[in-house]
Design a protein around this ligand. Structure first.
Ligand SMILES: [Zn+2]
Length: 184
């Protein structure tokens, strides 16, 4: 236990049970699992980024090319837009970016048009491009790693986007048919 005392989050949970006994292998394993779990909780707390669509991460787009978000928003891709996103995700291992357009009708968001912004550089971990224009509804980029959470940098780009168009938000494609969205 002693080696874990610098992890303040564990102290209240484990000390009462463990402090008088030498840690057995089982205890070490449990503490290890606890550390992984607590790290996950801590990350979820530090990065509460999925204000909408948090349970969307493992959900897949159905055959109507639509997605229900947690807050009641329904996102409908046109077949054309969906196929572009899906196909582009598989082209290579580098991030890409697409500016999606369409219409907003209450909680129904239809994305049936797109353009590709000018790319400055792209790698497995990042894409730098021109910002999407003011008519863009969703600024979408990919995470080739499959990691379906937004980075701090992603959120900063959302703040910029929102200043220019309050209805706009950011999207992530993290698999051929897996998406996440972020909007405040
Ligand atoms: Zn990102």
């Amino acid at each position: 236990m002693r080696e874990h005392h610098d992890h303040h989050v564990f102290l209240d949970l484990d000390e009462a049970d463990l402090e008088d006994k030498p840690p057995s292998l089982l205890h070490k394993i449990l503490i290890g699992l606890g550390a992984v779990f607590m790290t996950f909780l801590l990350l979820s707390y530090l990065f509460p980024l999925q204000k909408i669509g948090s349970n969307l991460i493992s959900e897949r787009v159905d055959d109507t090319y639509s997605l229900n978000l947690e807050d009641g928003t329904l996102i409908v891709f046109s077949e054309n837009v969906y196929n572009l996103l899906s196909a582009t995700y598989n082209v290579d291992d580098k991030e890409f970016k697409v500016c999606l357009k369409g219409s907003v009708d209450g909680s129904l968001i239809t994305l049936d048009d797109y353009y590709l912004p000018k790319i400055i550089s792209r790698t497995f971990m990042m894409v730098r491009s021109e910002a999407c224009d003011n008519e863009t509804i969703v600024s979408m980029h990919s995470h080739p790693s499959g990691w379906c959470y937004f980075s701090k940098q992603d959120i900063r780009s959302y703040e910029n986007l929102k200043e220019r168009n309050p209805e706009a938000f950011i999207g992530l494609i993290c698999g051929v048919d897996r998406f996440n969205f972020y909007k405040e």
